[in-house]
Design a protein around this ligand. Structure first.
Ligand code: ACO
Length: 326
């Protein structure tokens, strides 16, 4: 039976750092508040002209190099993002053009912070179906461009970046064991970016009202995330007959250290098994898991035959998980 295997990873973050101390000068906040409530110390910010596809391109080049494949070998490109270069065409098509991956079909996925794991689920399905064999999956965001830098309840949280993986078909047992995707659209108002679509097309008024900035009811989202992730991670392990003690690493979406700790506690996992990098990047939405995965691979935290659990929660609401035997 065909299954999907991640054969290479890559990531990229813009050079510009914005620290909590920098934010203290911009809004009524403090390093102490941000660190205690979120775990974030600094985040990366894209240049004025730097787009989401630019970040995706840099991460993809690294993953391609590591895989030993050429762009022309890729038959599908999926980009998970809520901050694409433009509403049309897809950021995946722009990336295909930059990479000259002429054989690839390309499309975007919008599942907010769960986008990368939604993409992993879709990529896995295409590979299992046998229709596509070499897939480039990227999570890339420039949330800084959709952030209200006067709103202290959101501007301290987000950052920019991109992570990429290459998936290939395998008949071996080192592969994606399962993926799980869920949504609850009734809670869409907890987290949204209301402007720019058919509901609120761009007008002077929509801009003045700040509708083109991301909005979040942070505390309600926090509670929904903790509640949902607890059952998500235990259900994912149960579906595969794997005990928490067999896990070598948990790679969570990097939104808030307290959410991550609650999930680790539920599994009885010590924090040294949990990959955390939100102190350096903040919440990069769909990019957070592939960036953390790439860093874990490159630093040798993940080795062959390790069981790795990935999980995410975000706007939609959406939530998703994946279990991988590396
Ligand atoms: N600096 C100082 N004070 C602040 C700041 C700030 N930056 N932001 C808010 N406050 C204040 C609030 O005004 C409030 O003051 P009050 O008590 O006088 O009203 C107080 O701090 C507490 O605010 P809460 O919102 O209750 O704080 P909470 O502990 O919930 O932390 C946070 C806020 C960090 C946003 C948290 O709720 C969170 O992480 N939520 C979940 C985020 C998430 O997982 N999102 C999903 C993924 S994102 C995506 O899909 C794009």
């Amino acid at each position: 039976m065909l299954r999907a295997k991640i054969i290479a990873t890559g990531s990229y973050a813009p050079a510009k750092k914005l620290t909590n101390l920098d934010l203290e000068k911009m809004v009524d906040t403090s390093d102490e508040w941000i660190t205690e409530r979120t775990g974030i110390k600094e985040r990366r910010i894209a240049g004025e002209k730097q787009t989401t596809s630019d970040l995706a391109y840099e991460a993809s080049k690294i993953a391609l190099k590591q895989s030993g494949l050429k762009a022309k070998d890729i038959d599908l490109i999926i980009v998970a993002t809520v901050t694409g270069d433009m509403p049309m065409p897809s950021t995946a098509c722009l990336l295909q053009n930059r990479l000259e991956a002429k054989k690839a079909a390309a499309f975007d996925i919008n599942a907010a912070c769960s986008g990368f794991l939604y993409g992993l689920s879709v990529a896995e399905s295409f590979i299992k179906a046998g229709t596509h064999k070499k897939i480039l999956l990227v999570g890339a965001e420039t949330l800084s461009k959709f952030t209200d830098w006067k709103d202290r309840t959101t501007c301290v949280l987000f950052g920019d970046g991109a992570g990429a993986v290459i998936l290939e078909a395998t008949e071996g047992e080192n592969c994606i064991l399962s993926t799980h995707i869920h949504s609850d659209g009734s809670l869409w108002e907890l987290l949204n970016l209301p402007g720019g679509g058919s509901k609120n097309p761009p007008t002077k008024e929509s801009i003045n009202k700040g509708l083109h900035f991301l909005k979040m009811k942070g505390n309600e989202t926090f509670k929904a995330a903790v509640r949902t992730l607890e059952s998500l991670v235990t259900d994912t392990l149960k579906a595969n007959n794997i005990k928490p003690s067999q896990l070598s690493a948990l790679i969570p979406h990097q939104a808030n250290l307290r959410i991550i700790q609650a999930t680790a506690n539920r599994l009885g996992l010590s924090m040294d098994k949990v990959v955390v990098n939100l102190d350096r990047y903040g919440n990069t939405s769909a990019a957070s898991i592939p960036i953390a995965l790439d860093e874990a691979v490159r630093t040798g935290r993940i080795r062959k035959d390790d069981y790795i659990l990935l999980e995410a929660f975000g706007g939609g609401l959406t939530w998703a998980s994946a279990l991988i035997k590396w």
